[in-house]
Design a protein around this ligand. Structure first.
Ligand code: NAP
Length: 277
């Protein structure tokens, strides 16, 4: 459920997984206006659906309709996966864990003890920042256009996880130093998203340490202009498709149990994305 919901990759990923495992299940995308979310969730409950994914702009407002919240959904303040169990609505957030799974499994990067910089302080940044804090990263700096949001997210992560954190703006002199000092940088702003294949004008790739790891969680285009430049400079890079696939795989496991066929889901998403080239 989302609003808008056209071009969601989720139906192709899930329906490919169901076909692969010969499951008599179906996943449909529903365009649900924010004012109709409560009714839609009650409909899911009363019709006995297994659950639902929620995307923009429904993730935060769903909190109040959940009977049970996972620790991740509570601390992130957003629900992206709902499970209907024994007539109750369980709210989860799999974005942060999906990000970590992709970082570890797709890039072979372990964030424990590392100096991390997250650019952006929106919904995706919250999930990523809390997951990194809980993973035991060494320090976490949040950089955001609206500095107060960076400071507030940094403070919440510090309170929730005990991580050493800081919040900064996108001013070159401050951001450049933070980029140069980071071992892992995660770009979560939408700048560079299809069809705008550009490097953010507030980011100088020359700041990057060639030994660092750069993740851009955008998956359309993949890779982004920023990731292409970073790879040219010798950085390790990871795009956002793995995060999307792994958060979906975790949803599959919440609803259906067992292991999700991650490769099948990834291949289905890649085929679908090829239409946007
Ligand atoms: P969001 O809640 O709207 O947050 C957007 C963030 O980007 C805010 O911190 C905003 O700063 C900043 N921003 C927006 N435009 C900017 C600009 N021109 N210059 C600098 N900063 C700017 O969005 P979101 O849900 O976090 O999503 C962000 C991106 O992540 C999207 O591209 C989305 O597709 C992607 N995403 C990927 C996955 C995945 O699975 N790979 C999952 C979720 C999201 P202010 O606070 O100053 O407004």
């Amino acid at each position: 459920m989302g609003y808008p919901i056209a071009h969601s990759l989720s139906p192709v990923m899930f329906n490919a997984a169901f076909a692969e495992l010969d499951m008599d299940w179906a996943y449909l995308a529903w365009r649900v206006k924010p004012g109709d979310l409560h009714a839609a969730l009650e409909g899911a409950r009363s019709m006995g659906l297994a659950g639902a994914n929620l995307t923009i702009p429904l993730k935060e407002m769903a909190l109040e309709w959940m009977d049970v919240l996972s620790p991740e959904a509570r601390v992130i303040g957003a629900v992206n996966c709902v499970a209907v169990r024994e007539d109750k609505l369980y709210g989860f957030n799999t974005d942060g864990e999906g990000f970590l799974s992709s970082l570890r499994e797709d890039a072979g990067f372990e964030p424990r003890g590392k100096r991390v910089l997250v650019v952006g302080a929106g919904g995706a940044a919250r999930a990523v920042a809390f997951a990194l804090g809980r993973s035991g990263c060494g320090s976490l700096t949040v950089a955001n256009r609206t500095v107060s949001r960076a400071e507030s997210l940094a403070e919440h992560v510090r309170e929730a996880t005990g991580t050493v954190t800081a919040g900064i703006g996108l001013d070159g002199s401050v951001l450049g130093k933070a980029v140069a000092e980071s071992e892992l940088l995660v770009q979560t702003s939408p700048v560079g998203m299809y069809p705008e294949d550009i490097i953010p004008d507030w980011f100088d790739p020359g700041w990057l340490d060639p030994g660092s790891m750069l993740v851009d969680i955008i998956y359309r285009p993949r890779p982004t202009a920023l990731l292409r430049k970073a790879a040219e400079l010798g950085c390790s890079t990871l795009d956002g498709l793995g995060m999307l696939v792994h958060q979906a795989a975790l949803g599959f496991e919440i609803w259906a149990g067992g292991k999700a066929p991650v490769k099948v889901m990834r291949d289905a998403a890649i085929d679908y994305l090829a239409e946007f080239k």
